[in-house]
Design a protein around this ligand. Structure first.
Ligand SMILES: Cc1ncc(C[n+]2csc(CCOP(=O)(O)OP(=O)(O)O)c2C)c(N)n1
Length: 640
């Protein structure tokens, strides 16, 4: 058997094993954990840089807490790998983010050490306050901590929670992990404020010194001295600034602390545990620490696919993605249309907007992790005469449902929602699936929703949505790659679908990337003597009802195929159309994602599980058309 490289780590099977380790060993352990993380994540892919930055913090927390009882909420949760390693899950690390393997985020179902599921940003302080209130009402006795990054602190929910928690009497510890980075460089006034504190780190020291002096004074004069110095400290904090904002909100501010010094971290967490009421610990860390390529380019190692350890280079060259096509085309459109503005909520590289940000910095807006603000801000830009394009991942747009409806759609404003990562996302799993956007956008009055089947259609749709159309419009497109062109180019026309293939036995109505799948299904069906009519809906709202009804009344059998939840999706739209037009005697089958939170795994595995592969859809369609096949399990071999 190969000898393990991680001698100390091998002995850590539960957090308790840390308690007896001297500081030298804890420091050695942090090195081993970094090497373990780099080794494993280079194979599985995942969130590397953020985890490298919290190694000492996580070791310190587990040295002074008992997370089987004490509750720690990791904001976003992408930085919880070290926590997973130290809480008995290191042997399963090869399965990280894989189908039926460890999740890349905290999951209460996975371990008693995971206190609350996370995935979307800025929820930790709210959840922690809830847990602290519940603890106190039930007269229980344990600590509650929220660990939040400076990026996540830009989200509105974090401010709402600080505002509420600060005036609460409940013991609660918020640890701000400040590495000056969101995925890309952090932005905004709060970020500048934190930078100022970074450069003036002596306030904590001064406060500490005063407290030590007070403790040493004889009891007879301690009271009046404390009062006098309290007034002085009040002035001092304004003078020196550090943490005054958090103190004014009602927190006791401790910091800034070197987030890579385990002894200091243990000390400050222990101190915070003894404070009554809410405490705010501000620690300074380096994202990507200990792995040179990640230190150099932390944004590239925020979320990575498998990579070569020596060079840091990605192993797979994924080719051009939908986000790449979007980014390039937007730059091109903006060169002619000077009213186009691009908005991101802290994801310039992920959404493909980096080039736009360099070329048109005055028309580019990174608003922080603030999807709600981004949408209403876009509404303002639109009202002011610009054409805003908000590029956002499908699952994060969920945050801004009310703003889409109340601020954009009610006023019929021309805002373009570029919904990236729509459909099944894969390894990030249930919190990140983009399988609900059709459902939560479709019923909003005034909203138009389109989805391209290939890159050519995507570019044409972007021109349509930005230059030709006026009103709220969403273009949804998937993660990863697509095809350049599936069929001859047909201009995009409002409300018009495309009849891709003609047939008589069954109508397949599909959207976005599922059109390519459906095309393959149609070819297979032909081998079984079934002639299928394929409609690319293009417009999910409004549907091309004329085309759909004409085809359905011919074939009398309709299958809808989408990479959205079947509830409220394209299929629902088709069913509503039949109901509205009083079309009867049509068999309708809806294929898509089920009514559940879809787990993590590769996209192919998820499609396989939920019956959305070419083979499974073909089989389903054959049965739907009354064609029975002997020995279904050998179907794949039979058709190839
Ligand atoms: C609502 C929402 N929007 C966007 C994201 C994508 N996202 C994941 S982590 C991250 C940056 C977090 O930065 P920070 O909190 O500072 O943590 P760090 O990775 O720097 O440790 C972003 C934007 C998300 N998870 N949730």
């Amino acid at each position: 058997m190969e000898k393990s490289k991680w001698k100390l780590l091998d002995k850590i099977n539960k957090p308790y094993d840390l308690k007896s380790l001297p500081i030298e060993d804890l420091n050695k352990l942090s090195k081993e954990i970094r090497s373990f993380l780099i080794d494993k994540v280079s194979k599985t892919g995942g969130h590397l840089a953020s985890n490298l930055g919290v190694v000492e913090l996580t070791i310190a927390m587990h040295s002074v807490l008992d997370t089987a009882k004490d509750r720690v909420i990791w904001d976003v949760g992408h930085q919880s790998y070290v926590h997973k390693i130290l809480t008995g899950r290191k042997d399963k690390f090869e399965t990280l983010r894989k189908y039926e393997g460890l999740s890349g985020f905290p999951k209460t179902k996975e371990s008693i050490h995971d206190a609350f599921n996370t995935g979307h940003s800025s929820t930790s302080i709210s959840a922690a306050l809830g847990l602290a209130k519940a603890r106190d009402l039930k007269k229980e006795d344990h600590s509650v901590l929220a660990v939040i990054g400076d990026g996540a602190l830009t989200g509105g929910m974090a401010f709402e929670a600080l505002n509420d928690a600060g005036r609460s009497p409940n013991n609660l510890i918020v640890i701000l992990n400040d590495n000056e980075m969101s995925i890309d460089r952090n932005v905004g006034g709060m970020s500048s404020y934190l930078s100022k504190i970074r450069t003036e780190p002596f306030y904590y020291k001064v406060k500490e010194d005063i407290e030590i002096i007070l403790e040493k004074l004889p009891p007879s004069i301690r009271g009046s001295a404390t009062k006098a110095i309290g007034a002085f400290k009040g002035g001092l904090k304004y003078l020196i600034l550090a943490g005054v904002l958090f103190e004014e909100l009602g927190f006791k501010y401790l910091g800034p602390i070197d987030g890579h010094d385990i002894l200091q971290l243990k000390d400050v967490i222990n101190r915070a545990k003894s404070v009554k009421g809410p405490v705010f610990i501000h620690i300074l860390t380096q994202k990507g620490k200990g792995y040179y390529p990640a230190e150099l380019r932390p944004h590239m190692f925020h979320g990575v696919s498998p990579f070569e350890i020596d060079s840091g280079e990605s192993i797979s060259n994924g080719g051009e993605t939908y986000s790449d096509v979007f980014g390039k085309e937007l730059v091109s459109i903006a060169s002619e249309n000077i009213g186009v503005a691009a908005i991101t909520a802290a994801m310039p590289s992920g959404t493909g907007l980096s080039k736009f940000s360099q070329k048109y910095p005055e028309r580019f807006f990174d608003v922080g992790i603030a999807e709600q603000h981004a949408v209403t801000f876009a509404a303002g830009l639109s009202m002011g005469g610009l054409t805003p394009v908000f590029a956002v991942y499908s699952s994060f747009l969920q945050r801004a449902y009310d703003q889409v409806s109340h601020d954009v759609a009610v006023q019929g404003l021309h805002v373009v929602f570029a919904i990236d990562r729509a459909g099944v996302v894969g390894e990030d799993g249930e919190t990140h699936q983009g399988i609900y956007d059709i459902s939560f956008m479709r019923h909003i009055p005034n909203m138009t929703i389109i989805a391209p089947a290939d890159y050519t259609e995507f570019r044409d749709m972007m021109h349509f949505a930005i230059n030709d159309f006026k009103g709220p419009v969403a273009i949804r497109y998937p993660r990863g790659n697509g095809s350049q062109m599936l069929y001859d180019r047909i201009p995009v026309e409002y409300g018009k679908g495309v009849l891709v293939t003609e047939g008589n036995d069954v109508t397949i109505i599909s959207e976005g990337p599922m059109v390519e799948v459906a095309l393959k299904v149609c070819r297979l069906l032909k081998k079984y003597g079934i002639s299928a009519e394929l409609i690319n809906s293009r417009f999910i709202k409004p549907l091309d009802e004329d085309m759909i009804i004409k085809s359905a009344t011919k074939t009398r059998r309709v299958i809808t195929l989408e990479d959205n939840s079947v509830i409220g999706g394209l299929g629902s739209g088709v069913a509503e159309c039949f109901a509205k037009e009083d079309i009867i005697n049509i068999k309708l089958k809806m294929l898509g994602l089920p009514d559940k939170f879809v787990e993590h795994g590769s996209r192919n595995q998820i499609f396989e599980k939920y019956g959305l592969t070419v083979e499974k859809i073909t089989l389903e369609t054959l049965q739907f058309c009354g064609v029975t096949i002997e020995g279904n399990e050998n179907f794949l071999e039979m058709v190839i």
